[in-house]
Design a protein around this ligand. Structure first.
Ligand code: NAD
Length: 239
């Protein structure tokens, strides 16, 4: 399977878990040194890294071509790459907006577009998109561009789930709340404390919590689940 943004954080935890379940993974990420480290951790017999920006059409097409060359098929696609600027609404410029939407939402669209023809031919595929609780309720500290991109990802997933169900392809979304990763390690401690206080289960998420949900959605146990939005949020939002 392909895991975008798989070099760190949630993506890396998903790679680890998928490998434990017997899969081979292709990491698509822009962070070269993190890619090298990830392949070392995961083992080069299990993981390969492709340096590419998910928001570039040509890079995405090329990454998918190389994956097919190496493995002959793509059974699972996890659109996980994302950025999350903590900008108040009035500070978001047009450029900021475009950048976040291009990576978080267009990136997932491009990967789905590139991978779906292969999944359709196989009559099998699992697409898992990593959205966020912010995509459902705006989030507490994250930018409006981020929340909007994550809401868009939910609708994109539902469209794919509807249109590709008859080809044996499922598409589902995971909405984590704040997760302890390199992304949130840069947030002010007071934000993290504030967020944690609002979580009934009393802690922030670990990347492994999200990886477990992804492994379930990729497994045969989830064969009849599509278009689903799965919360991994410790009870932060119950809807
Ligand atoms: P992270 O920053 O720790 O890791 C993200 C990875 O994506 C990095 O390796 C980065 O290099 C890669 N990446 C960024 N831009 C890219 C691009 N243009 N092309 C290819 N790769 C790119 O983040 P994380 O916390 O692991 O988050 C992973 C996903 O989960 C994101 O989509 C994020 O929005 C979502 N999410 C995170 C949290 C959280 O609290 N950490 C909560 C909800 C949702």
């Amino acid at each position: 399977g392909i895991v975008t943004g798989g070099a760190k954080g949630i993506g890396l935890a998903i790679c680890k878990r998928f490998i434990e379940e017997g899969a081979k993974v292709v990491i698509v990420d822009i962070d070269q040194s993190a890619c090298a480290k990830a392949v070392e951790i995961l083992g080069s017999e299990n993981a390969m890294a492709i340096l590419a920006d998910v928001s570039s059409y040509n890079s995405v097409e090329e990454a998918v071509r190389r994956t097919i060359e190496c493995f002959g098929k793509i059974e699972i696609l996890v659109n996980n790459a994302g950025i999350c600027p903590l900008q108040p609404f009035e500070e978001i410029s047009e450029l900021d907006w475009d950048k976040v939407l291009n990576i978080n939402l267009k990136g997932a669209f491009l990967f789905c577009k590139a991978v779906l023809p292969y999944m359709k031919n196989q009559n099998y595929g699992r697409i898992i998109n990593i959205s966020s609780v912010a995509g459902k309720m705006g989030g507490l500290f994250v930018g409006a561009h981020y929340a909007a991109s994550k809401a868009g990802l939910i609708a994109l997933t539902m469209c794919i789930a509807r249109q590709y169900a008859r080809f044996g392809i499922t598409a589902n979304v995971i909405c984590p709340a704040t997760t302890l990763t390199p992304m949130t390690a840069e947030w002010p401690a007071k934000f993290l404390e504030e967020l944690q206080k609002q979580i009934p289960l009393g802690r922030l998420a670990y990347p492994e919590d999200v990886a477990a949900a992804a492994a379930f959605l990729a497994s045969d146990d989830a064969a009849f689940i599509t278009g689903e939005v799965l919360d991994v949020n410790g009870g932060f939002l119950m809807d």
